[in-house]
Design a protein around this ligand. Structure first.
Ligand SMILES: *Cc1c(COP(=O)(O)O)cnc(C)c1O
Length: 378
């Protein structure tokens, strides 16, 4: 009730991890006009706004086709089905990326094998993938976690000669590029999420699939709408209803124009944090490379709880992405093979995230930086 009684509340309040209400302020007139345009059009699902967004997204990524779906998880599920995964197929993914790939794989009855991650960037590498793939592996899901970029070309090279499909999960790295090409264009197909907190966020749920392969694109078009090859003709198995709606598409068209600029602001925040970090006590996970787009400002600390406690006492919000690795989630199917996940296990004990959003103001940034300086002090 009374802020003065609450020891963690300074007069300046709490610095939030993210504040989505601020993300609409700059584009409010354009977004309101977009919503009004859709409402008065009478066309609300898979219409002209979705088609235009799909085209603009494909141009942004530099790929042949982008297709709107209802969420990032659906995008993963549809991508896996479109590359030929089915019940019993073996899918390799990381175990530290929130469980989304595992959920999608489990939803189609596929079997899971987890690969460990690079100790610096916490993403899969060609070596960690090669260490766990087997004769039955059908696909690898490469998650570009936190805005870090995995060596997708290297993983594709390792997989393609073995007939294994590569699905890039770009939910946390839209706009990142590697060797001049955007992530999402290296594998057979990419999955994107427009959940409101993502680097391109809708005012609700949304997702997309991106691919250069016309067969995968056709499969995805059919899978997202009941398995229809044409109206009311159900000719592809495992079809679902997973469509992007016109209001979200119209809003996303506005947001897409600012993705790169907003990523610069996020990167600047992480650069400022890095100046005070890098002691053995707390080290940054993110931002080592040019490719990084700063979805989350993740650090790791062997005594995570006390670092988080110190930050909370100074009014700084934190969160853990992600505390439980997939192979320890009770309701995910057990992997078909035990694999060495030492780096994953340790990362899940040590990582936590700091406030990082483009609209963070100067005072908030300074407060996090000075609280960090105290938190890393011996
Ligand atoms: C958010 C996220 C997803 C899932 O997206 P939804 O739109 O919430 O279903 C998948 N993968 C990663 C890495 C994510 O961060």
């Amino acid at each position: 009730m009374n802020g003065a009684l609450n020891g963690v509340t300074s007069t300046a309040g709490i610095v939030p991890l993210n504040d989505l209400s601020r993300s609409w302020i700059a584009t409010a007139p354009e977004v309101q006009e977009a919503v009004r345009r859709v409402l008065s059009s009478g066309w609300y699902v898979l219409g002209p706004e979705t088609s235009a967004f799909e085209q603009e997204l494909a141009e942004f990524l530099g790929c042949e086709r982008a297709l709107g779906v209802a969420s990032g998880t659906d995008a993963l599920r549809i991508a896996l089905l479109a590359v030929g995964c089915e019940s019993g197929s073996e899918i390799v993914c990381a175990a530290n990326a929130g469980g989304y790939a595992a959920i999608a794989a489990a939803s189609i009855g596929s079997r899971l094998v987890y690969a460990d991650v690079d100790p610096a960037s916490l993403v899969l590498t060609p070596d960690t993938v090669l260490a766990v793939i087997g004769p039955d592996t059908r696909a690898v899901v490469v998650t570009h976690l936190y805005g870090n970029v995995a060596d997708a070309p290297g993983i594709v090279a390792a997989c393609s000669e073995r007939g294994i499909a590569v699905v890039e999960d770009c939910a946390q790295s839209l706009g990142a590029s590697l060797n001049g090409a955007r992530v999402g264009t290296f594998g057979d197909v990419a999955a994107l999420s427009f959940y409101p907190t993502k680097n391109l966020g809708a005012a609700g749920d949304g997702g997309a699939i991106a691919t250069n392969d016309p067969d995968i694109a056709r499969a995805a078009v059919e899978l997202r709408q009941y398995g229809w090859t044409s109206k009311y003709r159900i000719e592809r198995e495992h079809g679902i209803n997973s469509r992007l709606d016109e209001i979200q598409a119209a809003i996303l068209r506005v947001g897409l124009r600012f993705v790169d600029d907003l990523a610069e602001r996020r990167k600047e925040i992480v650069r400022r944090y890095r100046v005070v970090l890098g002691t053995p006590a707390i080290r940054p996970v993110s931002g080592e490379t040019e490719s990084f787009v700063a979805h989350l400002a993740v650090v790791r600390c062997s005594d995570r709880q006390s670092a988080m406690d110190r930050l909370h006492a100074a009014g700084i919000s934190t969160a853990i992405h992600y505390p439980i690795p997939d192979h320890r989630q009770r309701a995910l199917p057990a992997p078909v093979r035990q694999t060495d996940l030492k780096v994953t296990e340790q990362a899940c004990r040590e990582v936590f995230s700091l406030p990082c959003f483009p609209e963070m103001d100067r005072l908030e940034l300074e407060r996090v930086i000075s609280a960090l300086a105290v938190a890393v002090a011996p």
